[in-house]
Design a protein around this ligand. Structure first.
Ligand SMILES: Nc1ncnc2c1ncn2[C@@H]1O[C@H](COP(=O)(O)OP(=O)(O)O)[C@@H](O)[C@H]1O
Ligand SMILES: [Mg+2]
Length: 227
């Protein structure tokens, strides 16, 4: 599904050049649940953003389902981003003035889905994530865990191939974080491909594979076996 070969990513130029990724190879198959771990500044978010087509590699090759992502024009790239990936981030990235319902609706509006179908999809996800009773609340009226559920609902609403989560438990207490990991696990069991950037060893251990990145290079690729 994801086939990244010798990808490099640099920021800035000449004397302020930072190479965030150095000749990185990553393969991810459909149905996997993969953790990306590493110290702060090691390149985890950079890698996730390239996978999610939020950012482009400086060099190297990225094939998504056989399509060369570097060859796509802006329009095709935007379409792939909206339909192919659901993003979840540490501080939820919800719109404060929107209700829960309206926040989850955003990707559907971009995708030009009609109102009736939007409502069906949103209500089903609010039920699934146990936040249906919050549909008319705004993010400020919710706990962190509830906000993250809203963000996960929004990430799922276009039924993307893959969920990309950048430190999704980083702003949550231990118990709430574990609940969020459980949500990802059950989504994975339903077949969703999931990639989680995390600092948390326990979160990483709940995935099926752990990719460790150090100073922009992949230094370990560990399969987690479950007995
Ligand atoms: N937009 C940017 N401009 C310049 N440097 C950046 C930018 N984003 C990240 N970097 C640098 O790239 C390196 C990797 O960053 P990042 O991928 O955010 O690491 P991580 O997510 O592992 O903490 C760091 O040295 C960081 O300072
Ligand atoms: Mg990061």
């Amino acid at each position: 599904m994801i086939n990244i070969t010798a990808v490099e990513k640099s920021y800035g130029k000449s004397d302020s050049l930072v190479t965030a990724l150095k000749k990185v190879d990553v393969q991810i198959e459909r149905g996997e649940m993969v953790a990306i771990v590493g110290a702060s500044g090691s390149g985890k978010s950079t890698l996730l953003n390239i996978i999610g087509c939020l950012d482009k590699a400086t060099s190297g090759q990225y094939l998504f389902d056989g399509t060369n992502v570097q060859d796509l024009n802006q329009r095709a790239l935007a379409k792939l981003r909206n339909k192919g990936f659901g993003f979840v981030v540490q501080y939820f990235a919800l719109i404060d003035d929107y209700t829960v319902y309206e926040n989850v609706e955003i990707p559907l509006k971009y995708g030009k889905v009609n109102k009736k179908l939007r409502k069906e999809k949103i209500e089903a996800l609010l039920e699934k994530l146990q936040i249906a009773d919050k549909r008319n609340k705004t993010p400020k009226e919710l706990s962190g865990g509830q906000c993250q559920r809203v963000a996960i609902a929004r990430a799922l609403v276009n039924d993307p191939d893959i969920i990309l989560a950048d430190e999704p438990t980083g702003a949550l207490d231990k118990k709430t974080g574990e609940e969020v990991v459980e949500i990802f696990r059950s989504l994975n069991e339903e077949g969703k491909t999931i990639v989680i950037v995390t600092h948390d060893e326990k979160v990483a251990r709940s995935c099926n594979r752990i990719i460790t990145i150090e100073d922009g290079m992949i230094c370990k690729n560990e399969i987690i076996s479950r007995g």
